[in-house]
Ligand binder design. Structure first.
Ligand code: APR
Length: 317
């Protein structure tokens, strides 16, 4: 199969629009459904539909059009969410985004139970367990079909290493494992290919922290105007492209993603995975960590476990 329906849920947003633009350029996408609650959504679809690429674009606005958007999807990418507004606590933000992901997951269970779900909505460490629990309750859960998008961490690591090594960043590969926020992000710089040209432990620590806090660099630079959108869209489109290559039967498609995992005591964990005809075909291990990376993992696991529990508790309410 090489004709796929891809849905962007949250398609009118800062991430959603450029993500839709990039997906419209993917020749494997023959149907692109844009869902959002924003009034501009049909217009975003009309705009993109004028591009002379194969994907037929449809716009779906508001909850009453959610089912039609999701119906028979092969892949649903979810960047729907709210940014933090003045007066809003982190818990308010969590509850809102958690509810959005829950509702979309419920629709996936009803309208496209075999779809691969790629979640961008933060906090990814918790929203992936939420979607998983919702699908489980509906009796259609397959852990190989629910992924948290951590590709931006991999993309950032490659970019920063490329700068340091003085090489084209597209030729750099750095696995990033763990979760998708702060100290749960674990770049395995010792496995960087080609090897990282840094040996000073202080500099390696600083680079690690830059990768972990790269999102904050963007938030600060945007000065109140939001968080990373364009690089996130790029990362989301890259992961979706890899998922589609796997679905169409290509072998050896490997990406890091946050998935159900038994690699560590955290029940969801990002690591390299092989993508195939039914989603995640194999969760690959993360190889040997050096002492510094083992420390990072040790610090990350309790935080990750807490985030997972927060998600599961929400879904059980
Ligand atoms: N259903 C569908 N779309 C929704 C819903 C909903 N219930 N609620 C909000 N949206 C849409 C908004 O209308 C908006 O178009 O989600 C989009 C979010 O876009 P932005 O506010 O621009 O936020 P963005 O920067 O794209 O981030 C979205 O991704 O990285 C994460 O933390 C970020 O969770 C946030 C999400």
């Amino acid at each position: 199969q090489r004709n796929f329906k891809v849905v962007v849920a949250g398609a009118a947003g800062g991430i959603g629009q450029p993500l839709a633009l990039l997906l419209k350029q993917n020749p494997l996408v023959t149907r692109l459904a844009l869902y959002d609650i924003a009034p501009v959504t049909p217009g975003v679809a009309a705009d993109l539909s004028h591009m002379n690429t194969p994907a037929k674009v449809s716009g779906h606005k508001g909850p009453e059009e959610l089912s039609a958007a999701i119906k028979d999807a092969d892949v649903v990418v979810i960047p729907a969410g709210v940014p933090r507004k003045p007066g809003m606590t982190r818990d308010d933000l969590f509850n809102t985004n958690a509810s959005i992901v829950r509702d979309i997951a419920l629709s996936i269970a009803q309208n496209a139970p075999k779809a691969i779900v790629a979640i961008i909505t933060n906090p990814v460490n918790s929203t992936v367990p939420i979607a998983s629990e919702v699908l489980k309750k509906a009796g259609v859960y397959d852990p190989n079909r629910v992924l948290g998008v951590t590709t931006l961490d991999v993309v950032r690591a490659a970019t920063f290493v490329g700068e340091i090594n003085g090489v084209d960043p597209t030729s750099v590969a750095v696995p990033v494992i763990g979760g998708h926020s702060g100290i749960t992000i674990i770049p395995i710089l010792s496995q960087c290919q080609p090897a990282l040209k840094l040996s000073d432990p202080a500099k390696i620590k600083a680079l690690t922290e830059r990768i972990q806090e790269a999102g904050t660099e963007v938030v600060k630079a945007k000065a109140g105007g939001g968080s990373a959108t364009l690089s996130m869209a790029y990362a989301g489109a890259r992961l979706t492209a890899s998922v589609l290559r796997g679905l169409k039967g290509e072998s050896n498609v490997v990406e890091c993603a946050y998935v159900k995992s038994s690699l560590t005591e955290a029940t969801y964990f990002a690591s390299p995975v092989v993508l195939g005809k039914s989603g995640v075909e194999k969760v690959l291990g993360y190889g040997t960590l050096n002492e510094f990376e083992q420390q990072l993992l040790k610090a990350a696991l309790p935080e990750l476990a807490k985030n997972i529990k927060t998600g599961e508790d929400f879904a059980k309410k």
